[in-house]
Design a protein around this ligand. Structure first.
Ligand SMILES: [Ca+2]
Ligand SMILES: [Ca+2]
Length: 487
């Protein structure tokens, strides 16, 4: 219905425009065909108005019929389109539903695809692991195969060795059996030998006793042999003398032989004598040989004795030299002993003198004697007392001397032989020498109240020298050299 109202409205608008265009025909002359018609109509308007209106009404009627037909056609088409639109709407709804179903299916499929993807990844990883395991197993299998081959070879070799060892073992078993029999035999022999050894040991002990006895006898015989050797030497000399006599007699016998040539008996006798002499000669020859051997032995002993004697002589010379040295050392030590004895006597004498001085109150230190008074006097009176004692007030020259005097003085004060009375500030010792090394107490000398004489402080908190008015009464220290000659 709406579509129909729109179409009618458009038709009235077109008619109205056509009517307006008749009124404004002077202004509208662009389109050629329309302008021609309009000019014809305009010219008709001027000529015949009724005809124009009838023609217009016919045209309008025709136009209306035409429009109604068009509208009908359009209405039919619109209905068709509406039906199609409804169908399309239904179809669209179905499509939307299908799309949603497909969307759900797509989501399910995506989920399943993801799961499948994960499963695929897992399977791929498992596959890779299995592949790696397979590769490792392949390598392992190859290695085991190689090991198996090696073991097979080794087994064959071991089998061969086993066979050899079996044969060797059988051989060794046989040897072992033989050795067992041999061992039993040796054990028996060993037992017999043990018994024999004990018996031999006993015999050895007996023989040792006998050997000792024989050694004793041998020593006795050696002594006797030496005696016999002496006797033999004497007899040799006598034999030589007899030999000389015998030679003389032989000469005479030869002379007699000439005389007794005719006498066979004598010749036989002489022959007999000759034979005897031959025997005797042989004996003498034997004795001569023995003597030669004995002489060589004695010569060797003599040479050894000469060598020992030379060595002993050299030792004697060395001992003589050492004796001379010792004699010299002894003389030197004797002199030193005398010197030391003298020094000892001197020291003992000095000690006695020091002890005597100590009884008088003097103290010894480094070849000097010191007297520390118990009284208190002025510096002048103190010095006069020292001089009366053959000394003077102390002159301190070394740190050791200072320390000894401080120790002897104890916790007190005493005059020393130092003053600056002639020239203030110029300190001099009592022997006139200038002060070079001083041991003043801290802050001294200060000449506080005209202090011109020096005292020694042995106080616990103050040690050293102090200048002090000379008329003050304090203890004092005298010093004199220690000379033993004067005592
Ligand atoms: Ca002074
Ligand atoms: Ca002072």
């Amino acid at each position: 219905m709406e579509m129909r109202q729109v179409i009618v409205k458009n038709f009235h608008l077109v008619s109205y425009n056509r009517f307006n265009s008749c009124e404004d025909n002077d202004d509208k002359d662009e389109d050629n065909l329309a302008n021609q018609s309009i000019r014809n109509i305009s010219s008709g308007c001027n000529t015949s108005g009724s005809r124009y209106y009838r023609l217009s009404a016919v045209c309008l009627t025709l136009l209306c019929v035409l429009l109604i037909s068009a509208v009908s056609v359009l209405w039919v088409k619109f209905n068709n389109l509406t039906t199609k639109n409804t169908d399309l709407q239904t179809h669209y709804s179905n499509l939307i539903l299908e799309k949603e179903q497909l969307q759900t299916s797509y989501g399910n499929l995506t989920f399943e695809r993801n799961q499948l993807q994960i499963m695929y990844s897992n399977l791929n990883r498992d596959k890779n692991q299995l592949q790696a395991s397979y590769n490792n197993l392949t390598v392992e299998r190859d290695r085991l195969q190689a090991s198996y081959n090696n073991l097979t070879v080794e087994r064959d070799r071991v089998q061969t060795s086993y066979n050899k060892l079996t044969v060797e073992r059988d051989r060794l078993q046989t040897s072992y059996n033989n050795l067992t029999v041999e061992r039993d035999r040796l054990q028996t022999s060993y037992n017999n030998l043990t018994v024999e050894r004990d018996r031999v040991q006993t015999s050895y002990n007996n023989l040792s006793v006998e050997r000792d006895q024989l050694q004793t006898s041998y020593n006795k015989l050696s002594v006797e042999r030496d005696q016999l050797q002496t006797s033999y030497n004497k007899l040799s000399v006598e034999r030589d003398q007899l030999q000389t006599s015998y030679n003389n007699l032989s000469v005479e016998r030869d002379q007699l032989q000439t005389s007794y040539n005719n006498l066979s008996v004598e010749r036989d006798q002489l022959q007999t004598s000759y034979n005897k002499l031959s025997v005797e000669r042989d004996q003498l020859q034997t004795s001569y040989n023995n003597l030669t051997i004995e002489r060589d032995r004695l010569q060797t002993s003599y040479n050894n004795l000469i060598m020992v004697r030379d060595q002993d002589q050299a030792k004697c010379k060395e001992l003589a030299n050492e004796l001379a040295k010792l004699q010299t050392n002894y003389s030197t030590m004797a002199n030193q002993k005398d010197q030391l004895q003298k020094e000892k006597d001197e020291i003992q004498k000095r000690l006695r003198e020091i002890a005597a001085q100590a009884k008088l109150g003097w103290v010894y230190f480094s070849s000097s004697l010191y007297f520390i008074s118990t009284e208190k006097k002025s510096w002048n009176e103190a010095r006069a007392d020292c001089r009366k004692k053959g000394a003077d007030l102390v002159i301190i020259k070394t740190k050791e001397e200072e320390e000894v005097l401080v120790k002897q003085l104890g916790s007190d004060k005493a005059w020393i032989g130092l003053n600056d009375r002639p020239v203030e500030g110029t300190w001099k010792w009592v022997d006139g020498t200038a002060l070079t090394t001083a041991y003043w107490a801290p802050g001294e000398p200060n000449n506080s109240g005209n202090e011109d004489c020096a005292e020694l402080w042995g106080l616990l908190d103050k040690q050293g020298w102090n200048d002090r008015p000379c008329n003050d009464g304090v203890r004092w220290i005298c010093k004199k050299p220690f000379r033993t000659s004067q005592w």
